[in-house]
Design a protein around this ligand. Structure first.
Ligand SMILES: Cc1cc2nc3c(=O)[nH]c(=O)nc-3n(C[C@H](O)[C@H](O)[C@H](O)COP(=O)(O)OP(=O)(O)OC[C@H]3O[C@@H](n4cnc5c(N)ncnc54)[C@H](O)[C@@H]3O)c2cc1C
Length: 438
């Protein structure tokens, strides 16, 4: 089959890789000059299967209210006269009940674990170098109540098979000695040795290069303007995709099947087709610092719970990422938020990096209220979804690509997950939380 993949972030590129391996003739359309230049460019770089709690959890509404109006808040709603944002907010609240949270964690852990195994297999097969470290993820807490509140999720993770161990402050510093300077502020942590970190940009561009060698066609500098349809009901199909070529010409590209993997930008392209995805852009920030004193910089990937920051060592760089602002599609840098990241990183590792020359970046996480992505079918027989991976697109990326290749090929993926538009019966009996008019 001829398949067109829309978007070349980690999700589109992984989809293209596995579609090609499944024997399809694959073309990827991307508006940027290369792969991974938007949200998959400079993220937190954690493969965090065991720290996959969605932001929608029972403690979230109280915290968000407390943070309203604070410029440096970890999660900031900027209310806009925009129906999607309000509707998304209401759906987010609905996902905060204990039952929904537990069900969402199960879904996320399942696809994330499958994805980590898939990533490891791709790494072994391709030899892509992406500054990866398999030293685990250490989540540390500086607030006693937050630490206690985290225990039920950690317990659920263990029940789901994640070896996430709750540990004391001394053990935290033993695992990552670079945290010694704030030992007296740490109240505890949890550590999962099986989690990983690595540069998502290097991996995605490396995979795009391997896919190109294998015969996948990447059309960069090419913008998708709309999807063309025909038929209705069970006969509804996509006939082609209208693009603007690098030369500025409108063209229509035809294929047998289409995979939507444009992250936050999937929403406006699908809306005219009557597909209402509940995906809202969650603007996050990162800072990248040159490591000047390797012994003082962490090598275990970290999550600083109080500041909602993740830290990953990428060779001679330290990447620190986090915070979320719900404020439409804007990507401008808010220096208050950037400086808060540098202030905190300097406090944690005062002698580790060159803090005078940070590289700041923002990206738009394609957030669903539940943080469970849309992977699966739509009401158009040949249009498939692989989008809405929110805070965990790198963690779930390779597995999502492999799963959508199975679905496009007419096979059931070998993972227990609530695929969109496909029958699913949760073992726990909780109804599907994610709806799409697709
Ligand atoms: C600050 C921050 C930290 C994060 N940290 C982590 C982490 O530690 N671990 C983790 O697992 N995840 C993390 N994430 C989430 C992760 O980065 C995202 O979930 C992931 O990058 C989404 O990938 P994607 O391919 O869906 O989207 P994208 O990477 O945005 O790809 C979509 C592509 O579609 C293209 N496109 C859009 N519109 C058009 C159009 N009209 N025509 C043609 N092309 C188009 C875009 O150019 C883009 O390349 C983080 C995100 C942020 C912002």
């Amino acid at each position: 089959m001829k398949v067109i993949v829309l978007g070349s972030g980690i999700i589109g590129t992984a989809s293209a890789w596995f579609l090609h391996k499944a024997g399809h003739d694959v073309t990827v359309i991307e508006r940027q000059p290369g792969a991974a230049q938007e949200t998959s460019f400079a993220n937190g770089c954690q493969i965090s299967v065991s720290h996959a709690e969605p932001w929608a959890n029972p403690a979230a509404p109280g915290k968000i209210l407390k943070w309203l109006g604070k410029e440096d808040a970890p999660l900031l709603f900027r209310f806009r006269p925009e129906w999607l944002q309000w509707k998304w907010g209401l759906n987010f609240l609905r996902e905060c009940t204990p039952a929904r949270t537990a069900d969402n964690i199960r879904q996320i852990v399942s696809i994330a674990e499958y994805s980590r195994q898939t990533l490891q297999a791709v790494r072994a097969e391709t030899g892509i170098a992406y500054d990866y470290l398999t030293r685990g993820i250490l989540h540390f807490y500086t607030d006693q109540k937050d630490f206690e509140d985290s225990l039920p999720a950690a317990k659920l993770m263990r029940e789901l098979g994640c070896p996430r161990n709750t540990i004391g402050a001394d053990e935290v510093v033993r695992i990552e000695p670079a945290l010694a300077s704030i030992r007296d502020k740490i109240v505890g942590g949890d550590f999962t040795a099986t989690d990983e970190s690595g540069d998502v940009y290097k991996f995605t561009t490396g995979l795009a290069a391997k896919a190109t060698e294998a015969g996948v066609q990447f059309r960069f500098n090419t913008t998708v303007t709309r999807l063309l349809t025909e038929g209705s009901g069970a006969h509804a199909r996509i006939t082609g995709v209208e693009i603007i070529s690098p030369e500025g010409r409108h063209q229509v590209l035809r294929a047998d099947a289409f995979v939507m993997a444009m992250g936050s930008f999937s929403v406006p392209l699908l809306k005219p087709l009557g597909i209402d995805l509940m995906v809202y852009p969650g603007k996050g920030y990162s800072a990248t610092y040159a490591v000047t004193n390797p012994d003082a910089a962490p090598t275990v990937s970290l999550t600083d719970d109080g500041y909602k920051l993740v830290l990953s060592r990428l060779g001679d760089r330290l990447r620190v990422a986090g915070t979320c602002e719900l404020n439409g599609y804007t990507r401008e840098l808010n220096m208050t938020r950037c400086e808060a990241i540098t202030r905190r990183t300097r406090e944690l590792f005062p002698d580790a990096c060159d803090y005078d020359n940070p590289i700041y970046w923002t990206g738009l996480r394609p957030l669903t209220p539940s943080n469970v992505p849309y992977i699966g079918k739509t009401k158009f027989g040949n249009l498939f979804l692989n989008t809405g991976h929110g805070t965990l697109g790198w963690t779930m990326g390779c597995g999502s690509g492999r799963a959508i290749a199975d679905i496009v090929s007419g096979r059931q993926p070998d993972v227990d997950f609530r695929f969109t538009g496909m029958p699913y019966r949760s073992p726990q009996g909780v109804a599907g939380a994610q709806s799409v008019t697709a």
